[in-house]
Design a protein around this ligand. Structure first.
Ligand code: TAP
Length: 475
């Protein structure tokens, strides 16, 4: 069993209260994690607050060097961190190594932008000079989910630090190790004490303590809509910026003129990370004229997927917990009851671990639970459509609006559909994953705030306007 302590002000703090982290592939214990209580979180916020006084004054180029050093350290420890990531998420080592690389890329990307956090000058009368500057917010709180802990942690921690903020991060109890590894890597890379603090703990104690701490100047949360709404309520008496990323029910639309091979590959990307991904294309809409042929392509790919206990051998990894597994099983049962036909999968394949077969469901109504709710599992539901207007209406008929895919060889059509889809991102002929360089906005109930790209630099800073009288008369 590995042990992880809290990271507060550069010190590791062991705690008598601990939680056990289990490997989703076997449910065997792999680590013991210190649990922070309210006073630990208060200490971490206080440490971040004092570190902010210095960190905010570090010049942008030096801040960039620090972030680049963190990226280098993550890469130097790639194998070790990937092993921990695999043990806690059940994903393969190669997938985990990619996560470490993506995390390093976030730090590198924002390292390159520290000197681009600029203001503007505003032309006024001859007697006045007006300029704006972007200032850091202070201590930022980051509540991180378990589904891709290192990547999702890094995507908000890196820009927050780049802007001159300090960070208190609370990883999920189910998968806290990789975030702790990030904290260790950052300390060893020379990030000043107190700039990044890691307080693992329960959502109901450590999470609540972070959210309700009034020295927090910003809060970033990724997770369920229920907790996201609760957090918004909890901070409603304080005017602090919020980043809430709450999931999706994304449509993936295949027109008759699409490259069917590419679209079928795009459709089965849903099964990456066992469908535990907020932007996954969970609702597949297929044009009536190609429906049978296209579904055959998808089903044959899914049937070729092997589910095995070894995370490095399986094509579909384990779900994060036994309760996630039973939740997926009950969604599939509910689809059967709603008249759905299971074209592939639909079973728990074996007892050990939290695996569920990659599953394709046809003929479920648009208002069935599996069509409307985020399942967060390896379940693809498929629908037949006739016209552009019809498919856009049905694709938009969801409370979420995070991501969407369109497959067609007619770019006019792609633009028309993109224009009408209520989604923060529309991908065309490639269900591409989010990357640091492009924004990741959320529509409707998928969230608020701005992540990724330069939008994050705006989120993690506030504008100060300076307006001065000037005397331009030569003497
Ligand atoms: P949540 O309960 O929302 O957990 C996400 C994070 O919030 C965890 O770190 C959790 O801590 C923390 N948290 C829980 N209650 C909190 C509170 N009252 N105050 C502050 N922080 C709190 O998600 P989950 O239970 O892990 O997953 C449930 C569903 O959420 C999934 O099935 C899926 O639909 C959705 N989800 C979405 C995403 C994305 S990427 N949008 C990611 C994960 C989950 P703990 O360690 O105590 O859990």
């Amino acid at each position: 069993m590995r042990e992880y302590d809290l990271l507060v002000d550069g010190e590791t703090l062991s705690r008598s209260e601990t939680a056990t982290v289990r490997d989703p592939s076997s449910n065997q214990p792999v680590a013991s994690i210190a649990l922070a209580d309210e006073s630990d979180v208060a200490s971490a916020v206080a440490a971040a607050d004092s570190a902010f006084e210095e960190w905010r004054t570090v010049d942008p180029v030096t801040r960039g060097h620090h972030l680049r050093d963190v990226a280098d350290e993550l890469r130097a420890r790639k194998t070790e961190i990937a092993e921990r990531h695999t043990e806690e998420t059940g994903r393969s080592l190669s997938d985990s190594a990619r996560s470490v690389e993506y995390a390093a890329e976030y730090f590198e990307y924002y390292a390159g932008l520290t000197h681009r956090i600029t203001g503007e000058t505003v032309p006024l009368s001859h007697e006045e000079f007006d300029y704006t500057r972007r200032e850091p917010l202070g201590v930022t709180g980051h509540i991180i989910p378990w589904n891709s802990p290192l990547l999702l942690g890094s995507r908000s921690i890196a820009p927050a630090l780049a802007c001159g903020n300090t960070v208190v991060a609370k990883p999920a109890q189910l998968a806290p190790m990789a975030v702790h590894e990030l904290g260790r890597a950052a300390s060893d890379a020379g990030l000043p004490d107190g700039v990044l603090n890691i307080v693992s703990g329960r959502g109901s104690t450590a999470g609540e303590a972070l959210v309700t701490n009034d020295r927090i100047s910003e809060l970033t949360f990724t997770g369920s809509k229920a907790v996201g709404l609760h957090i918004r309520e909890s901070v409603s008496d304080r005017l602090i910026p919020l980043n809430l990323e709450l999931g999706g029910k994304s449509p993936n639309i295949v027109f008759a003129d699409a490259d069917q091979e590419a679209a079928a590959e795009g459709a089965v990307k849903l099964f990456n990370n066992a469908g535990q991904s907020c932007y996954a294309g969970t609702r597949l809409f297929v044009a009536d004229g190609i429906y049978d042929e296209f579904i055959d392509r998808v089903v044959s790919r899914v049937e070729a997927m092997n589910v095995q206990r070894d995370p490095n051998e399986t094509d579909v990894s384990a779900l994060i917990s036994p309760s996630a597994q039973s939740e997926v099983a009950s969604y599939v049962d509910s689809a059967r009851e709603a008249g759905g036909s299971i074209s592939a999968g639909g079973r728990i394949p074996f007892e050990e671990g939290n695996f569920y077969e990659p599953t394709v469901i046809e003929d479920v109504p648009d208002d069935a639970a599996v069509s409307c709710e985020e399942i967060f599992g390896p379940v693809l539901t498929v629908y037949r459509f006739d016209s552009e207007r019809e498919v856009v209406e049905r694709a938009n008929d969801t409370e979420y609006g995070l991501y969407a895919g369109v497959w067609t060889s007619d770019l006019d059509r792609a633009n028309r559909i993109a224009d009408h889809l209520e989604a923060g991102t529309v991908t065309v002929n490639n269900y591409a994953s989010p990357i640091p360089q492009v924004p990741f906005p959320a529509y409707k109930q998928s969230g608020i705030g701005s992540e990724y790209a330069t939008a994050a630099l705006h989120h993690y800073t506030k504008v100060k306007n300076v307006r001065m009288s000037v005397d331009r008369t030569l003497r």
